[in-house]
Design a protein around this ligand. Structure first.
Ligand SMILES: [Zn+2]
Length: 380
């Protein structure tokens, strides 16, 4: 009914399901596939919005719940939205914060009604309902919002518990969609915030199938595959992605949540995934694990102590043009902010460039070659 034309596929790879598309948002167009660094409170840790712009990072994702708890949603609203608040020219996504609600320090319980948690700041008991979450994300005014989903913790979680999470996710998705449509009913299509439905079901094919079908029935602007990055193997993960992808409509954008290493991003692109996010590339950078054209570099190792070379000799980022491995290592070891910043900048630059290259290769019909090359370098 709405937004059937928000996503246009412009190129398709010949050998794989990889594709390039244009996603139309209220802030403008963004080309897919892309990777979103995590900007929980509106900033990507250690980076400025100008640096994101410099690197041509097309989108970032913030956390609606965390912003809400610290009054960030109210402040961002006064600025006309999170994008203006952070002075960012790219596209802003927000996650519902479902995941954070399960952190043991704040989580109380989850019922059909919503999630009960305790505000760590003042001890206040809060019920986050699907409706309240939609109002919150509209207040933050991101271009793309996520449904409130029920995210099971896989460690020590039974299949029955995951099934319960799937049922709750579908129930909440329906309430999110209805309320989100109502709240925006007077807006023209071009001014509307987009809403993605989230598919759960863990590593179980039958639960994933149920979840996918129930979420598709609600006709969202895009579909997110959630519930990964919690200890499953890469084989389990991509078996599910392939299955879910085969059930999803071709003309809607697909977002694989929580995936951010080069090999898995390319694997996702191969299967037709359009959007990725993860805190891993920035978190790893601060801890000294860097992506390079030669594979993973652990810069804290002794071998880099006197290394005058750049992180990656094939990288054109300002960090690689100006700083040695030895300098970055020294700063990181001594917990200096500059070291964290340089490492983060390089990792985000690397991923952004990698996806740019993937798009060129899709256009040339050579995506598979790039994928093979990267997989080879990151082996082991
Ligand atoms: Zn670099």
């Amino acid at each position: 009914m709405i937004n059937t034309d928000i996503f246009t596929i412009t190129h398709k790879d010949k050998k794989t399901s990889a594709r390039i598309g244009i996603l139309q948002t209220k802030k403008g167009k963004v080309e897919t596939p892309f990777f979103m660094p995590v900007a929980t409170r509106g900033s990507v840790k250690t980076l400025t919005s100008e640096e994101l712009k410099q690197m041509k990072v097309p989108a970032v994702i913030s956390n609606a719940l965390i912003l809400y708890l610290r009054e960030g949603s109210i402040i961002a609203n006064k600025f006309g939205g999170i994008g203006k608040f952070m002075n960012y020219n790219g596209i802003n996504f927000t996650d519902s914060g479902g995941f954070q609600m399960y952190s043991p320090s704040i989580y109380l319980k989850s019922t059909k009604e919503g999630v009960f948690f305790r505000n760590p700041l003042n001890g206040e008991k809060i019920l986050m309902t699907p409706e309240k979450n939609m109002e919150l994300q509209l207040k933050i005014s991101s271009e793309v919002a996520m449904c409130l989903d029920s995210m099971p913790m896989y460690h020590n979680t039974t299949k029955t518990q995951i099934e319960d999470a799937v049922n709750k996710t579908s129930l909440w998705a329906k309430r999110c969609k209805t309320h989100h449509d109502t709240l925006q009913k007077n807006l023209s299509k071009s001014k509307r915030q987009l809403l993605f439905g989230i598919i759960q079901g863990g590593i179980y094919s039958d639960l994933r199938e149920t979840s996918t079908k129930e979420i598709i029935n609600l006709d969202f602007d895009g579909y997110s595959i959630g519930g990964f990055g919690l200890g499953e193997t890469i084989q389990e993960e991509f078996k599910i992605v392939k299955q879910v992808k085969s059930l999803l409509p071709e003309n809607k954008p697909v977002y694989l949540m929580g995936i951010g290493n080069p090999v898995e991003i390319l694997k996702g692109i191969e299967l037709g995934v359009d959007i990725f996010d993860s805190r891993m590339p920035t978190q790893n950078a601060r801890r000294g694990t860097l992506f390079t054209s030669e594979g993973k570099l652990r810069i804290l190792r002794e071998a880099c102590k006197f290394d005058k070379g750049p992180i990656d000799k094939n990288c054109k980022c300002f960090v690689c043009k100006n700083y040695s491995r030895a300098f970055i290592r020294y700063q990181l070891i001594h917990d200096e902010f500059t070291g964290k910043k340089l490492a983060t900048y390089h990792n985000i630059y690397y991923l952004t460039k990698l996806i740019e290259t993937a798009k060129e290769k899709i256009k040339q019909g050579k995506f598979h070659e790039l994928q093979k090359e990267v997989e080879e370098k990151y082996k082991g």
